[in-house]
Ligand binder design. Structure first.
Ligand SMILES: O=C(O)CCC(=O)C(=O)O
Length: 336
């Protein structure tokens, strides 16, 4: 009939575009009982587990992120902070770990302290920091997006410095998928945990809800007068009128978000260093793709050059640079 035909068509095309989409039929009257105004006929971005409530699933389906309060204990966050400080003081050396400095302080004198470090990446060989990626309460949520076989693909601890007056502490609006040569996109998720109160003053995350339903945009270095940090590519075209949500969070709160969600973070206008720890996970059954001829070619080039230098090899493919760093955290390593 007239009502059902367009609905069936929508369902079918959504299913073709997103082969992982699950079709779920609700028990009759469930939406009404919960006071929900609408419910999708299928879930495209979340899997059926007993972890997310129906409301939480619907929220993620619509918005592309979900914030879970108090997920990581104070004690764990304090341990991650201590390890970060040890790394900054160079008391430990971890293979593969990358320390990054903000462009505004890059050329200032050397100080072996957190002031010099805006971000560390690739801490998969640091047992203390990597514990974050294996926390059972995080993996329970991750599994709702990736399925039961889980790889930790990308690890970061972000230490957003007080802005030196050039707004270089901002993170331009971007989609994390730009950096990833693996798919399917809906089996990738980021967990980002606040290591202290994060708010608009110290540069919390800013997200454009619902943008995860779009496609991957072209990314490049933004044209900022004060300079831009290495690898901080931004989306070339996004709608500046799109509603924004500032994710103000407390220590231990964790946001899970989709790799197509457009997000960034603001200037740190305080004197403190705003810390967060994060990991990108992917279903171990994801597969590598060739990004030749796509918008990801520019980042492929940059990453491969850096990786080749780091490992003193002639050539490291974009895919290899991920395969080296990926670590299985649950289930079985399949194709990543
Ligand atoms: O923690 C932040 O400020 C944003 C980090 C981020 O979006 C990224 O590194 O991709």
């Amino acid at each position: 009939d007239m009502f059902r035909a367009p609905e069936r068509l929508r369902l079918l095309s959504a299913h073709l575009e997103r082969p992982g989409a699950r079709i779920v039929s609700f028990p009759p009257g469930l939406e009404a009982r919960r006071g929900l105004r609408w419910a999708p006929l299928y879930f495209a971005y979340t899997l059926e587990t007993d972890v997310l409530s129906l409301e939480q699933r619907l929220f993620y389906e619509q918005n592309g992120f979900i914030l879970i309060k108090g997920l990581v204990s104070e004690e764990d966050v304090d341990r991650f902070r201590k390890e970060f400080e040890r790394l900054c003081r160079q008391e430990v050396k971890i293979p593969g770990l990358v320390m990054m400095r903000d462009v505004a302080i890059l050329k200032s004198e050397f100080v072996a302290d957190q002031k010099a470090v805006s971000k560390i990446q690739d801490f998969q060989e640091d047992p203390e920091l990597f514990r974050y990626c294996t926390l059972p309460q995080i993996l329970r949520y991750v599994e709702c997006f990736t399925g039961p076989n889980i790889m930790a693909m990308h690890t970061m601890l972000i230490n957003k410095p007080p802005d030196a007056g050039k707004k270089t502490s901002r993170h331009p609006m971007h989609q994390d998928l730009h950096y990833f040569p693996f798919r399917p996109v809906d089996k990738i998720v980021c967990a980002w945990t606040a290591m202290e109160t994060v708010n608009r003053q110290n540069g919390c995350l800013v997200v454009l809800p619902g943008t995860h339903t779009g496609t991957l945009h072209e990314h490049d270095y933004p044209e900022w007068e004060g300079g831009v940090n290495k690898m901080y590519h931004g989306v070339r075209d996004y709608n500046p009128q799109h509603p924004r949500v500032h994710l103000e969070m407390e220590k231990g709160d964790t946001v899970f978000f989709h790799p197509l969600l457009i997000h960034g973070s603001g200037t740190n206008q305080t004197q403190g260093f705003r810390k967060a720890i994060s990991c990108h996970y992917a279903g171990a059954d994801c597969y590598y793709i060739d990004v030749k001829g796509t918008t990801q070619e520019n980042i492929e080039k940059e990453v491969s050059e850096i990786a080749a230098r780091k490992f003193a090899l002639d050539q490291v493919t974009f895919q290899d640079s991920w395969a080296f760093r990926g670590r299985l955290v649950q289930g079985e390593r399949i194709s990543l």
